[in-house]
Design a protein around this ligand. Sequence first.
Ligand code: N01
Length: 543
Amino acid sequence: NGQQRIPGGAAPAAPDVDVVVVGAGFAGLYMLYRLRGLGLRARAFEQASGVGGTWWWNRYPGARCDVESMQYSYGFSDELQQEWKWSERFASQPEILRYANHVADRLDLRRDISFSTRVQQASWDETTDLWTVRTDKGDVVRARHVVMATGCLSTARLPEIEGIDSFGGKTFHTGQWPHEKVDFTGQRVGVIGTGSSAIQAIPVIAEQAGHLTVFQRTANFSIPSHNAPMDEPYEQEWKSDYPARRAKARAQHTGILRNLNDKGALEVSEEERRAEYERRWAVGGTAFMVSFNDLVTNEEANRTAAEFVRSKIREIVKDARTAELLAPKDHPIGTKRICADTGYYETFNRSNVSLVDLRSNPIARIVPEGVQLADGTVHEFDAIVFATGFDAMTGTLTSMDIRGVGGETLAEKWAAGPRTYLGLCSAGFPNLFMVTGPGSPSVLSNMIVSIEQHVDWITQCLAEMQKKSLTRIEAEREAEDKWVEHNNEVAHRTLYPRAGSWYMGANVKGKPRVFMPYIGGVGTYRKICEEVAAESYRGFRLG
Ligand code: N01
């Protein structure tokens, strides 16, 4: 492989490698493994000094997954899933990172990865059907294909607050947490943001800090995770039935096997509804959102679930004013990523924790002493934690200099929102694949399930090209336009676009408001991808 025909009879150009993989998180690791299986030469570049992607970066206190451990792991190797032992129902960040390292070692993947190396540019050469990839370490690599395994939440975002650099104490971003232990003992700490990261970090920081002040702009719905040590019989039950359960999970809407109720919330009596919510609340975790089958599509149904959670917040939080501020009222439940927590609302009953409502008194600026609000009040801190999220789904891709046919950059092409065919490829950027790109279920699913599905699809496609000695694959614009339209149409059948969420790009100033992930469901989406491949890659041009 590698050699190719060039129109016009010029000498064939040979790539240095067959595939460059960008990123060594769960997507990059599995991609490398599958490429080896095809006998292809691959090189991965990873910005971090180790594997693990999101789990390498997000080391903030309390970081853990909200998909159960038995499901948040690779399913492609029975050996791997049998030999690994998870210690908790929901795994913590250090344990998931150990798992990623275990996989990298077990499959001997490190020899193909350049760590601490950031890909800065990739440019397509139309005459040779090759990408030239350049890194910040001076590597220049010519590759037939590029796979962007760059993650969906990998560009941490600091808020645009005046004076942000003037603060005299220490600052942290949850998504770029230092490797050495951070000790907040006795300190005055401010946390800005109340998304999933903050909701996990706040209870842990509160236990250390002298005083913790939480700055909340938008209250968020959170469900207790009821995390616990792994239950041995439960683990065994999974391990003895793994292949069948994985297969079932892959067909689910979110790629997660969970107890979906097929009734609508309004089909049952109020009593029954409340009992169901109570039951789900007691089980814990984000499966609360499948208490009924219409919570994200029917406004009235959604309101019953939202009201239930608000009533729980009012029960838990002793101070009525604080409880009211913590009870979300401005978006349907689930339309911003639902959170899972360990003691989040309870934390506000501590005497060393206070909540500041930024809706009534916004942050004016950051000053050397701390945070100054619009009314002039200054909250003084030793440390500020920014739990302010990410330029999600597109930020990492558009910040790289990716130049396709005719030199058009991906950032230019996506100026009005991401345009992809199946979230896998973008017209004008041949031989470039995205793993869990915008336009695929990605962040609305169990990421590892979606990663495996994409990597398997790409592997099959490359094998097909190898077999037929093809050197070029490109999404057709018409197929892409139809997919983008379908993506929007499906999203607008739900309540999701009602929230100013990062799914909509609403958290980044100037970012177009487009619903980015595909909400049609993992099972449905998988079938579409399989059909496309079976129909000789319908919507792609191969040559
Ligand atoms: O980020 P976010 P995150 N002034 O964007 C606030 C996944 N994840 O890192 O909503 C004041 O959700 C912002 O306020 P608002 C998961 O998919 C998973 O927490 O824009 N506040 C919001 O409260 C998740 O959704 C897990 O009004 C400002 C917060 O910062 C995704 O990662 C754990 C502000 C940002 O919340 C991102 O979560 C952690 C400003 N200028 C993360 N700018 C699990 O698996 C922003 N904010 C459990």
